[in-house]
Design a protein around this ligand. Structure first.
Ligand code: 3MF
Ligand code: MG
Length: 344
């Protein structure tokens, strides 16, 4: 069974090391160059922001966007890579300062919807039917700035617009409770799923669960995955790690809490995640201290840790676990798991 999982990441996961307090520390690697590294690192899927595929897309006509996306598709095909998803980047431009779909400015809301439709067009050229929505600025810094009920109505309206634009696309909402906003309107998996049920086609609205985002919400990532799996809407994952309640760290998978990572791999394996083409996405960032030419280890390390944990999941003595559950001896179960992780 080993090897049945396919791994993916986005070009933003190889980056120059800038943070809010300091500039870049490594040189820029061109997008085409990054695509050459994927296979070497053991990855098959590429996650895209719309403008990763088509830079400066706001300045381009529909035909120009399609042409540029087609060029990227040719590179992907040449490298033997597939596009996993496209995510409209609705948090950087001047039209999205107050949010995209929930902006108080109707012209900005229209911009966000148009850009989302363009993302779908790009996805079609790249050969994927999955759209990820990280609702970055759909929230507030102060409660009085927006109406939280109207915000949900507007999110539904925008998602309906996307679902109508293409009857085959599926939308994976990537919930995150904070950062860049103080409070996001869709902070958890439960909110994302419930939002999906307000749309015109709930069967096509699921989630992308990111470990760090769940942890920032005070939740356990594997339980969030279980919740989405119960609805059959876990379209993709962003595995990484997070050391407590602070800024979004995007640490290498398992690097803070191996047991928490083990349980994420355990639930994915338990419910055959990946059997319908779902990929194991890694949304991880290299430490700023990494030198030139070494800033991809966080990706290969995360994949290696996933596979090592997968091996542990498969070798777990299920009979012993079930017996301890039947006996309600969770202290002994606790030790059994710790010993297993310790290789004892
Ligand atoms: C933010 C994120 C983002 C999204 C990405 C795709 C930079 O916390 O996790 O990664 O995953 O923009 O939507
Ligand atoms: Mg993410």
């Amino acid at each position: 069974m080993a090897g049945k999982y396919l791994f993916s990441f986005g070009p933003w996961n190889i980056h120059e090391g800038s943070d809010p307090f300091g500039p870049t520390v490594r040189g820029t690697i061109a997008f085409a160059q990054k695509l050459k590294i994927y296979k070497e690192l053991g990855f098959d899927g590429v996650q895209f922001h719309d403008d990763d595929a088509v830079p400066d897309m706001d300045q381009l006509s529909a035909a120009e966007i399609e042409k540029k996306a087609g060029e990227v598709r040719a590179i992907l095909d040449g490298e033997g890579l597939t596009a996993e998803f496209v995510a409209p980047r609705l948090w950087e431009g001047p039209n999205t300062i107050d949010g995209g779909y929930t902006s108080n400015d109707p012209a900005c809301r229209e911009y966000a919807k148009k850009r989302s439709r363009q993302s779908i067009d790009i996805a079609n050229v790249l050969g994927t039917k999955l759209i990820v929505l990280w609702l970055a600025r759909e929230g507030t810094y102060i409660r009085e700035a927006k109406d939280s009920k109207v915000a949900v109505d507007r999110l539904v309206e925008a998602i309906n617009d996307m679902l109508a634009h293409d009857p085959d696309i599926r939308i994976a909402i990537e919930p995150k409770p904070n950062e860049p906003m103080d409070h996001a309107y869709i902070p958890t998996t439960g909110h994302a799923m419930a939002l999906g049920y307000l749309t015109s086609d709930p069967a096509r609205v699921g989630v992308n669960i990111e470990s760090a985002h769940a942890i920032l919400a005070g939740l356990d990532p594997s339980d969030e995955m279980g919740f989405a799996l119960a609805y059959d809407r876990l379209y993709t994952v962003h595995l990484n790690d997070q050391n407590g309640l602070k800024f979004d760290q995007d640490k290498s998978f398992g690097s803070v809490d191996l047991r928490r990572a083990f349980n994420q791999v355990r639930i994915l394996e338990q419910y055959d995640y990946g059997q319908r083409g779902e990929m194991v996405g890694l949304d991880v960032k290299a430490m700023r201290t990494q030198k030139e030419g070494m800033a991809t280890k966080h990706l290969s390390n995360s994949r290696e840790v996933f596979l090592a944990l997968l091996d542990l999941v498969r070798r777990l003595d299920r009979t012993a676990v079930d017996q301890l559950i039947a006996q309600r001896d969770y202290e002994e179960l606790d030790l059994l798991i710790m010993n297993h992780l310790l290789g004892k």
